[in-house]
Each structure stands twice: as structure tokens, then as C-alpha cells.
Design a protein around this ligand. Sequence first.
Ligand SMILES: [Zn+2]
Ligand SMILES: [Zn+2]
Length: 354
Amino acid sequence: MEKLLCRPVPCRYEALQQYILRLARVNGYSISAITTLIRKVGNVPLHSYNKQYRTALSDAVVKLTGHLDVTQLYDPHLLHADHKKTFDFKRVKICSLCLRENGIFNFNWYYRHQLFCDKHLTLLIDHCFSCSTPFTEKIIISMCCETCNIGLMSMRMLPSTIASININKYFCSDQKPLVISRKYELLEPYFELNKKKSYQFWLNNKDISINELYQLLIDILALFYDQKLMEEAIDKLINEAEQKVTLTSATKQVSTYLHNIKYTDFRVSFSRAMLAIHLNYKTLLIPIVWVERIYQSRGIIVEDINKKCFKYNKSEEVIFCLKNTHFLHCRNLAMVLKTCGYKPLLFPTLTNTK
Ligand SMILES: [Zn+2]
Ligand SMILES: [Zn+2]
């Protein structure tokens, strides 16, 4: 098998797919010509998420270039099946300033959360600034807009904001897909607390701009890091809830996350915030089982608590029975927890994991 005429060495921050398309560019191949060539050499499609195909694809490129280190290239397409929420292959994002430096596409741009360039502090772009045509993979070969032919390197970019720091802080620079996937998962309840169906919106809405996605992610991470904002969001949730008899019904929007062990981090954060604002909702009822679950205070003995609370100048029964269920008023939450010996857990574990 003949090797390609031009065989640039692969770059360590380039994905396999991006490298193949760069090979096509420097050798004057169109997307269909390179697809045919790959098919001939490796008997595999250029576009696939199939693990076996991806390995065979990488082997085919070794044959075409003689570069063994092609097999070391990062390949997000290979990981797609297990990490569907982590990457966004539908939106082709670039930093024109990075391209101006060396013409190399960065595998980081495949990450869903990567909406800005760390190096140039600009928002990435996914469409032509002149004619608005969305980018497709073909631009990696042509290096220009498919409609108006303006070069990618001269595309105008907007600056990102200082708030990008939170995105970097949260996702760090480790590129281990498993870690990043887990981090996406952990944010899901914060999206839902921010706004109903906001996580679905984040995952599925192709029509919104990079800037809107960027602002959304920044809002979510602010909620994740800032206890005060968490308190405000819960307050808003309760005030806007249609049913406000019990705290359980008022916070229904996030209840699945509060009861799921996968989101301990969220539960802890929620429970602390709730404790900070509980006096705002004097008459809201909280079922005792809810308190036990959310504050992990196992086995609250009603009589004991009532007796102890009585000492705090309480003339009323703090825990009372309504339709066979034990409740307390939200205003007494702190007192009941204190009486149970509840100690707030440390703040979300993830913030300490670097
Ligand atoms: Zn850049
Ligand atoms: Zn254009």
C-alpha cells in the first residue's frame, strides 16, 4: 500500500478524526475521497462510533502515514457509546485564533462544556460570522465557510468572561472521560433546580447559541459553588410551586435527586441551604420521614424530641400527627435537628476533589 504523499506528524492535542481530516487537507483530498481511501485501506467507515471500527480506523491511518503514534491519539468517537452526554459531535466548535497559530483542531472542542478557549479567552464559534452557516466537519478540510468561503482564521471571536474560571475549576484539565462524565451527571440536579427541564435543554437544544449555553453553564456552576445562590434558588422554587402545603410538594421538581444516592452532593448542599432559610416558611409542613432522609437523622423518636423541645420554651408540640403522618412546621426545623444532635456534613465533596 502506498503511503500518503504528505504525512505531517500527529499533534498530541488533536483527535484521531481531526488528524485524518487534516491529512485529507494537506494531501488535497475531499471528504468523499478520504472516506473512499480509508475504506480501501482499512475496510472501515470514516464516521463511526463502533469500537472495533475505531481501532481498525486508527490502524489504517498508521498504514497511510507510517506514524505509529497515531494509535496514541485521543479518540472521543470511540468513547461516545459510554459517554453520550460528555461530547457534542453535532456542534462543530473552533477557536480561530488557535487555528491561526498552527491550523490544528483541538480535541477539547468536542467536549460539551468546552465553550470557550482557555488560551485566548474567547468564546468558541460554531458558525460563520458573516453568513451564519453552521460549521460541519468539512471545514477541517476546507478551512473556510462552506457557503461564503471566508477563511476560518479570519473569523471574528467574542471574548469570554471571568466567570470561565468556574468552568475550569469544575472540569479541571484532567481529560479522563470517566471523571468528566461523572461530573456532568452530578450537575443534573443543579440544572433542574435552576429551571425545570433545563438539563434536557442543555443536552438537546441545537438551536441555541454558544453564548447562551455558556451563560447557562456558568449559572449552574455558580449554583454549585455558592451556597447563597443555592438558597435563593430553593426559595424561588418554593415560592413558585403550585402546591405549598408541604415542603415535599413544594420541592417536587428536585425530589428524585434528593432521594437518589448518586446525588449525595446535591442533597447535602440542599439540606444546608434549607436549614439556612427555613424560617422563611413558617407554616409549611415537613414530614418527619423527609427530615430523616434529607438530613440522614435516622430514627427520630417523636416523644423524646417533643419533650426536649419543650425545654426551649416551646408551648406547642413540635412534632404532631396529621392523617397518620408525623409532621413539623418548617420554622422548627433547626430546633428539631439540633435536638436530634444533627451535625451538618462537610460541604459537597466534589469541590475538594482536584
Ligand atoms: Zn484559542
Ligand atoms: Zn459564511
